[in-house]
Design a protein around this ligand. Structure first.
Ligand SMILES: O=CC(=O)O
Length: 334
């Protein structure tokens, strides 16, 4: 941007090198080279001074923080798809634009969803641990040892057939699962045709009939504990739950209890209710092979993270060129 003063852009976490290099070229970029999660006073200092804040999903940008924004703060360009970490109405009220990084992580997150969908019923981690443990546990192949459950021919229920849900559905179809989905408002007729998918208006009815349920909706006040204790209890005891969206969408305590009591077969979880803390009960279930737990790695590919950084840059540049940034996020209207 020749001739113009470069915007002061505060980035809360370390980003991949090519992204940081480009940000340095384009902006007055304040980087977090040692990658420490920013403390509340550091966030307040950043938001007071910056023209643009680039937070990640681990930074809570709530109304109290936004209220302390300095006069220069015009844009919060989230490095992340989910914006549940940002109080969008509070930002909008203060004239601050919010953007995110959609689309570029659909395929990576869908891959991880598929990986969990395979890992739990097919006992992938349990099997790997046999060889990685003391080494003596494997007695050789046996017709009745390490038997999991087949996923081919089973029913997959997708909660939230959006961009990621659709990418999951395409993969799952190729693995021989029949595709079912529930969306709160919109049906997706094109996807229904392409994947011979069945739309369930009633989430309760869908849950009761699925072999695997994959959570792929955003975390909003309306989806908080969408898979509640009552709804989880509707599921078959042979069913699995996979969540690569947000921990808050499932009542995690209820899920744990149901798996402990054999009322659900297991779960594959990449996200948790109180990250980075993970319930010790879930860790215990993981040791028993009932769940596979991953530390929020759905979009964690080098390519994906560089693409996300590129999106952040495009959003900032477009905004300062006087146009509406491509990934502007507006408050949800019910
Ligand atoms: O979880 C990661 C994201 O929302 O980008």
């Amino acid at each position: 941007m020749p001739g113009k003063k470069k915007p002061l852009v505060v980035i809360t976490r370390k980003l991949p090198d090519p992204v940081e290099t480009r940000m340095r070229e384009l902006f007055d970029a304040r980087l977090n080279l040692d990658d420490h999660p920013m403390s509340q006073p550091e966030l307040v200092a950043a938001i007071r001074e910056a023209d643009v804040l680039v937070p990640t999903v681990t930074d809570r940008i709530d109304a109290a923080l936004i209220a302390q924004a300095g006069p220069n703060l015009k844009l919060i360009a989230n490095f992340g798809n989910g914006v549940d970490n940002i109080d969008i109405p509070a930002a909008q009220k203060q004239g601050i634009t919010v953007t995110n990084t959609p689309n570029v992580l659909n395929e990576d997150t869908a891959d991880m969803t598929m990986a969990l969908m395979l890992a739990v019923p097919r006992r992938l981690v349990e099997g790997a641990n046999v060889l990685q443990g003391d080494g003596g546990a494997w007695q050789g192949w046996s017709p009745t040892w390490m038997l999991g459950r087949r996923i081919w021919g089973k029913r997959l229920g997708i909660v939230g057939m959006g961009r990621i849900g659709t990418a999951v559905a395409r993969r799952a179809k190729a693995f021989g699962l029949s595709i079912h989905y529930h969306n709160r408002k919109h049906v997706a007729p094109a996807i229904e045709e392409e994947l011979e998918a069945t739309y369930w208006e009633s989430l309760d009815q869908m849950l009761a009939r699925m072999d695997i349920v994959s959570v792929n909706c955003p975390s909003t006040p309306a989806t908080y504990h969408l898979l509640s204790a009552r709804r989880l209890a509707l599921m078959q005891p042979t069913a699995y739950v996979v969540n690569t969206a947000r921990g808050e969408i499932i009542d995690e305590d209820a899920l744990v209890k149901m798996i402990e009591q054999g009322k659900l077969a297991g779960a594959g979880l990449d996200v948790f209710a109180h990250e980075p803390a993970v319930s010790p009960k879930l860790v215990k279930l993981a040791r028993k092979g009932k769940v596979v737990i991953l530390p929020h790695m759905g979009s964690a590919t080098l390519e994906g993270r560089i693409d996300m950084g590129e999106k952040v840059i495009i959003n900032i540049r477009t905004f300062f060129d006087g146009h509406r940034p491509p990934d502007r996020v507006l408050p949800i209207r019910n």
